[in-house]
Design a protein around this ligand. Structure first.
Ligand SMILES: [Zn+2]
Length: 93
């Protein structure tokens, strides 16, 4: 398994602190910054996190999901989040 990095952020939606463990290569392997990382907030909301080269979150975008997107997320990512790769997410967004 590759190296993991924990990201934490104060949620722009509910103002709680959330954290997620991401594959470090999402950032260290990227040539384009900020990296967009989709945090699955709940069944109808994704918080798109904009992460810079130092794993600092510089901004957010809230994406409200339709049913088709939710189904795609659940199928492709949420239930298998530990194994989800950047390529998988790029197929969704
Ligand atoms: Zn939240």
């Amino acid at each position: 398994m590759g190296e993991k990095t924990t990201i934490k952020f104060e949620c722009p939606k509910c103002h709680q602190w959330h954290q997620d463990v991401i594959d470090s290569t999402l950032v260290t392997g990227s040539k384009i910054f900020p990296v967009r990382y989709p945090y699955v907030h709940d069944a109808s909301l994704v918080i798109l996190c904009y992460i810079d080269a130092h794993f600092t979150i510089r901004g957010f975008e809230q994406i409200t999901l339709g049913k088709n997107t939710v189904d795609a997320l659940v199928k492709k990512g949420k239930e298998q989040k530990a194994a989800t790769t950047a390529a998988d997410w790029k197929n969704i967004f």
